[in-house]
Design a protein around this ligand. Sequence first.
Ligand SMILES: Nc1ncnc2c1ncn2[C@@H]1O[C@H](COP(=O)(O)OP(=O)(O)OP(=O)(O)O)[C@@H](O)[C@H]1O
Length: 125
Amino acid sequence: MKPRRTWRDAFRNAWDGVLASLKTERNLRFHTAAAIVVILAALYFHLPARDVAVLLLVIALVITAEMINTAIEAAVDLAAPEWHRLAKLAKDAAAGAVLVAAAFAVFIGILLFYEPVGRAFGWVS
Ligand SMILES: Nc1ncnc2c1ncn2[C@@H]1O[C@H](COP(=O)(O)OP(=O)(O)OP(=O)(O)O)[C@@H](O)[C@H]1O
């Protein structure tokens, strides 16, 4: 019989997943670094709390999409190590989800930073 898993075991496995994804996925490291820069910039330009909340939400969306992409890549490599049309579809769609989330994140970032950055540099009065 499988030993009973505690909340602590489940949390440790999930945390191991975060660390393993960060270790193996360069794109995830890039997105995490970009997220830290964006949060620091939001604090520096004194963005209102609601805008910071929106930024945190889109950051969570991109990082979550990136980690699901990692999980799908691993599962596909395990199930279909040879070339397969469906393996290609699964990996391309997972990568596409990251692309869509990242593109919207950039767009939202421009909308939220345009005014405070413009005021700081004098092109918005
Ligand atoms: N088993 C497969 N069958 C068909 N096509 C595949 C297969 N494995 C990979 N591909 C194709 O190669 C592309 C890159 O796959 P790979 O596993 O190398 O991802 P990756 O370079 O690690 O991606 P990412 O940059 O998102 O981490 C996939 O998007 C897919 O088009």
